[in-house]
Design a protein around this ligand. Sequence first.
Ligand code: ADP
Ligand code: MG
Length: 679
Amino acid sequence: MLRKELQVHTFGELLSYFPFRYVDRSRFYKITEIREEMTFIQVKAVIRSVQTIGPPRSRRLVATVADPTGTLDLVWFKGHKWVADKLIPGKEFVIFGRPNRFSGRWNIAHPELEVPSDQPPPLSEVLRPLYNSSEKLKAKGLDSRGISKVMKTLLLLEKFHVPETIPVEILQSLRLIPRQEAFVNIHFPESPDHLKRAQARLKFEELFFIQLRLLQQKFLRLHKQQGHPFAHVGEFVNRFYRNHLTFELTGAQKRVIKEIRADLGSGKQMNRLLQGDVGSGKTLVALMTMLIALDNGYQACIMAPTEILANQHFQTISRMLDGMSVEVRLLTGSTRTADRKEMQQGLVNGDIHIVIGTHALLEEYVQFKDLGLVVIDEQHRFGVAQRAKLWEKNRITPHVLVMTATPIPRTLAMTLYGDLDASVIDEMPPGRKPVVTRHAYESRRLELFGFLKKKIKERRQVYIVYPLIKESETMDLKNLMDGYDAVVREFPLPEYAISIVHGQMKSADKEFEMQRFVIGQTQIMVATTVIEVGVDIPNASVMVIENAERFGLSQLHQLRGRVGRGADQSFCILMTSDTLTNDARKRVQTIVHVTDGFRIAETDLQLRGPGDLEGTQQSGILDLKIADIVKDENVLKYSRNLATRIIEEDPGLERPENQRLNRHLRMIHKYEHNWGLIS
Ligand code: ADP
Ligand code: MG
């Protein structure tokens, strides 16, 4: 039961099923004191009336209770038969639960009921733990209260013993309480102070072992995992640099290429994360890196998350390499069978030097003569297992360069990519004007259309982007089509031509529409976020984002990055409905005022928490039980420092003083299989 509902399999895991909050059960509220923002309240009230209402299928039990100040409804949707017997009018109860407001009245659904006692509440009631439960468990009596009872039984067992996982010296130097004491106090805090210390101990433990794991992996990779030694830089790089590069590299690009070269020459396998804001020039870094691979007699590939993006990389890179004897090919889902066969040949015998593609690269039949480097663009779109597949293509793991334009806040990077090395391009190519960003309410749409007409008259191109969110795909699509119709009406042929691209179109059609926009046949591109990543059209200088309140911060930032690529002033206009939630307003304001992708990412992390950031869901690493990488940034930092020191001194954790660490790390490993795959 617990296993299925809560994913709890062992006593250890049960003990690690921590309360999600603590409530003060010694405090009673008056009914008139209830406020919207209260998540839990406790009142003492008398039953006035009890009735069953609603049609048979959704019958519910409603009890109205009163205290001297007002009345409140208690509602049960399920399991009300056994409750009903208790609810005798005139009887007083202590009622506890989450208040809701419904047609002007307060109600509590499925409250906890207790008979009031004359005793003053014990101290532990000041910090009564609340556990998440499920409907099924509640029906079996395992509501929060029930779980708490199970914990108590467990903790009071004679032979109850929680093995310590952290060496005494560390506990002492960090003033952390022993593990057993922490577990007891997290479930039954003796006092707020005890609770705080229990939390501190358990948060540290959680983050510390993650870091130990990541750093140990990194150490092993660096010291055991052989890498292709790319010892020299030769003709490919030199010729490209001298004759094909039409601009000076930025300082940041130079620095990053240097870091990469050091990795490649080390004889160890490179595993590097390259972060750089949209438009910072990552593609060029990727290209130079690939040329180093070629100079050393190896092949290279780039994997992009969408066909459009792969295509664009292919175009850009072919163009930049024009006139050099480098064989570059494109492999996507729409590559014809005949071409694919021919490519298969060329990859195996080494005639093809660089292949650019989508997931299609992961197919069984794609084999290389000597794959030395894998570049992964916009990596957060790829699952971890998918990435691992590419590695398997060689006896010696190829070097890996992972590129992302979604800046990852440092704390998150430490946890999520803690075993990768990181490079940052923190400088934009010269001559870029910052994009002017404005927020406009729906009521100003006419003005918007006027502005777009003016820009189009100046021969600029315009994007109009609509949200497309999976759960509501059909509704969003309708939204997009309505928007498209309105645009068509406002911008009629032959004066204006409009492209439309969305996720449900065939990829050939998408390609066609996209291409018309790229070559300037159309002035307006109406699209969903499929254009979010990578697309590079310097003449497009206006980005209109419809329903901007529905986009996440990093998505908005990415979209804005589609403009501002040419020499003239670009604009990003965030259209929103006339009323906004606080959260939405904050997001919109952030984009209007902040241009630095890293700062935006930090804000995003604070607003949404790590669980919702793209790329974190699949990783599993961020299923933290107690720590919070935003709030516990400090704990994260010192646990990382300490872990670094320990792994440097004793990478295998073999010394006697590290035995506890070793044992616990192996135990965690047994239960969490997917960890090893992260890079
Ligand atoms: P991203 O980091 O978003 O992938 P790109 O690699 O697409 O950025 O580069 C954006 C644009 O900037 C491209 O048109 C590219 O040719 C140009 N670019 C890259 N590096 C430089 C540079 N050092 N100086 C001038 N333009 C550059
Ligand atoms: Mg790019």
